[in-house]
Write a protein that binds this ligand. Sequence first.
Ligand code: SAM
Ligand code: SF4
Length: 336
Amino acid sequence: MSSAHEALQLVDRYGRVARDLRVSLTDKCNLRCSYCMPAEGLDWIPNPDLLTDDEVIRLVRIGVSTLGINAIRLTGGEPLLRRGLPSLVRQMISIPGSPEVSLTTNGIGLSQLAQPLASAGLSRINVSLDTLQADRFVELAKRDRLADVLDGLAAASAAGLTPIKVNAVLMRGINDDEAVDLLRFCGTHGYQLRFIEQMPLDPMHGWSRDRMITADEIQQQLERAVTLTAAAASRGSAPAELFRVDDGPQLVGIIASVSRPFCGACDRTRLTADGQIRNCLFAREESDLRSLLRSGADDDQIAHSWVRAMSTKAAGHGIDDPTFLQPDRPMSAIGG
Ligand code: SAM
Ligand code: SF4
């Protein structure tokens, strides 16, 4: 590879440099979380459009070897549904530069996959869990799978995929009374809980700013039961504001994606399961690397196309802007 090639960076006009790659491995899912997918599912990406394992690895290799990517998070849809996931992880980790590879999952199937993934070199895992009540889980995710998620969490812990982070989205009148229960559960099991403000990314367009449970509300709810002290002076490019619980070892994160956006420090670039680069969750445009690579483009051409895609990244998501429009693709197809 040429030296000019090695100097490439995924930098935008505001000077932000992307080093964290989110790879969506599938848009399909075995749950139907109400903020993410309608009960009947979606029109899935046609199979021929999905990147093959070799294509995913080639793009990730270009990102790591040429464009300065040093962290990869596998997501979806539900990434555990991707066949041969441990092998994909192993191949990513063996790319020169040894990127850190982590996973965001709903936890279903993790009881079987946690150990193979840990053996393949997966470094960390985030498991999404919005309720500890089985009947609510069904209401929220349209499937009776809470026990599988809890088993998955235990298996991840046993496999040493620590620190395990648990992601929770609170919704008004649905699970917004569970913040403290989730905190206690995570404290007992040694998981790090992170609350994420709900974002307008659902294809049903059910989100509204005034119904959203804000980070401040979450903090106030927790502070009625525990003492929170800021655990870090600055969150850097990490989206979560971290708090220590009752001056003990437990940490809790609150991700104020909407009310206190962290776009100014964003270091992410996203690859969809059908090979499109998105420079933001909320981007309205994508860059088609799949067509490029299938038409025989070399690594250099692909790298430059990726650089161009990132250079036009908007300053912020603009959710509070009156002209805000949701992206055409839902979160499950973009990769959360
Ligand atoms: N299926 C996996 C899971 O649920 O963890 C990975 C994909 S999911 C899209 C990634 C994360 O996005 C999950 O933690 C989920 O709760 C979160 N998410 C999905 N839709 C969201 C929304 N509208 N607002 C905020 N978070 C959302
Ligand atoms: Fe599936 Fe994750 Fe979306 Fe829930 S949030 S429907 S688990 S992709």
